[in-house]
Every structure is written in C-alpha cells, then in structure tokens.
Design a protein around this ligand. Structure first.
Ligand code: UDP
Length: 238
C-alpha cells in the first residue's frame, strides 16, 4: 500500500456527523463506521487528532435564542462536545485503537486536560487524540478550535468533514449545474462567503498557512482517499 500523503492530520467532525438518520443524539452504526475508518489510518501510521462538535446535542446560539444566557449556553455546547468525545473514544477503543480524550475545560475525572505537549506526545505514540470542549471559551466554535489545534500540534492538514464532497459553486442539491471547486484560496472563501467554516477559523488557517480539505465523510473510504491525496473534496490553501 502506498505511503499516506499526510502523516499527521487534524480531523474536524461536526456533531451532525454522528447523527446518522436521527435528528438528535448519536447513531452507534455511524460511530462504528467512523471508528473503523480512523482505525485504518492509524494502522497505516497516520497520526490522528480529532476535534468533535456538539451540534447533535446542543449549540450555544440555539439555546441563547430561547432566552438563555449565551455564555451558559456555550458552556452547555462545550459539554455536549465532551459527551461526543467520550462516545468516539468508546467506539475507537472497541476497535482496539488507543485513544486519549483531552478537554479544553477541566473535567479531570472524566478525561485529561488539553496540554499541547502531551497531545503531541500521544500522537507520537500513535494514540488518537480526541480534543473536546472546543477552545474552552464561549463565543467560539469547534471549527475555530480545530484550526487552532491543527496549528498547535503541527498537523500537515486540517480535514473538515461534511456531508458533501467539497465546496460547490451553488447548492448541488438544488442546482444541477453546480460544480465542485477543486481548489480555493482562503481569501476566495472569505470574499465569496463560501460556507466552509466560520471566518475566524478560515483566518486562523490563512494566517498560519494551514491547508484545509473539505470532504464527504458520509461516503465510505472517503477519508482514506483524502489522506492519500486523491482528487476528492476541495483543497483550501494560499
Ligand atoms: N462552543 C464554544 N466554544 C468553543 C467551541 C464550541 O462555546 O470553542 C460551544 C458553542 O455553543 C457551540 C457548541 O459548543 O454551538 C457546539 O460546537 P459547534 O456548534 O461548533 O459544533 P458542530 O456544529 O461542529 O457540531
């Protein structure tokens, strides 16, 4: 088998990626498939850090819209990502993959605190590091956390998992003529307001020159193809 193109990756999974056909919570079948795909990468020697969202359980903005204090709502959102991280850890360990959950907010009896040097050490030991609680601060998103952590741990690439194969010129579901962008610059994403990630996350990647691939995680085998450098998804770079 060929050498993977990327040796250390930061994979951003939204909470929605765990939903499957449900509209709330976690689908164990989806979790198992994701765990198998990550396991296959680890077996090939790829160092994998995961940032998981919480949108399948709580989003701060949604709770705040009901009248809740935004900071409390964001704390709930961050705690939701910890739950997802524990579910992913369980699924990966049942596949025989060694993992560590590291949280940006202290929940020491449940998981480790995020400490950059320890995270890198875990990766070097081929443990999958699951980064929970976003940045640890309200008013941010897990996309921003993913870009920050990707830079901190020296990832070769940040992989943004979505339900479509990359970024399109229009909504491919509504417009049959929509075409996939194979490559975009950070500024094109920002100027055209393309829905890749929020602007904070894109700016972080741009300023630190962290390339991003947006790809379809729902297609089995898609993750491995991206790591092999296949022409799938959309590459965002300088
Ligand atoms: N969140 C936060 N700070 C962070 C990351 C996340 O406050 O650094 C909260 C925020 O309320 C957010 C929720 O956690 O809505 C879940 O994260 P996100 O919406 O990014 O999850 P995803 O959309 O990826 O599932």
């Amino acid at each position: 088998m060929s050498e993977p193109k990327y040796k250390r990756i930061l994979l951003k999974l939204s909470g929605e990626a765990l939903l499957g056909d449900a509209d709330y919570g976690i689908d164990p079948k989806v979790l198992k498939r994701l765990a198998e795909e990550v396991e296959a990468l680890v077996e090939r020697g790829v160092e994998v850090a995961l940032v998981i969202g919480g949108g399948n359980i709580f989003r701060g903005a949604g709770l705040a819209a009901t009248g809740m204090d935004r900071v409390s709502a964001d704390h709930m959102g961050m705690l939701a990502t910890v739950m997802n991280a524990l579910a992913l850890q369980d699924a990966l360990e049942r596949q025989g993959v060694f993992t560590r959950v590291m949280s940006a907010i202290k929940i020491n009896q449940v998981c480790e605190d995020y400490i950059r040097r320890r995270a890198i050490r875990h990766l070097e030991k081929k443990r999958v590091v699951i980064l929970a609680a976003g940045t640890g601060n309200p008013f941010f998103t897990t996309d921003s956390a993913a870009s920050l952590r990707a830079v901190e741990i020296g990832a070769d690439i940040m992989l943004k998992a979505t339900k479509v194969d990359g970024v399109y010129s229009a909504d491919p579901v509504k417009d049959g003529g929509a075409t996939r962008y194979r490559r975009l610059t950070y500024d094109e994403v920002l100027d055209r307001r393309l829905s890749v990630m929020d602007a904070t996350a894109i700016v972080m990647c741009r300023d630190q020159n962290m390339p991003i691939v947006v790809f379809d995680i729902t297609r089995p085998g898609g993750l491995a193809q991206v790591v092999d450098g296949a022409d799938v998804g959309t590459l965002v770079e300088r």
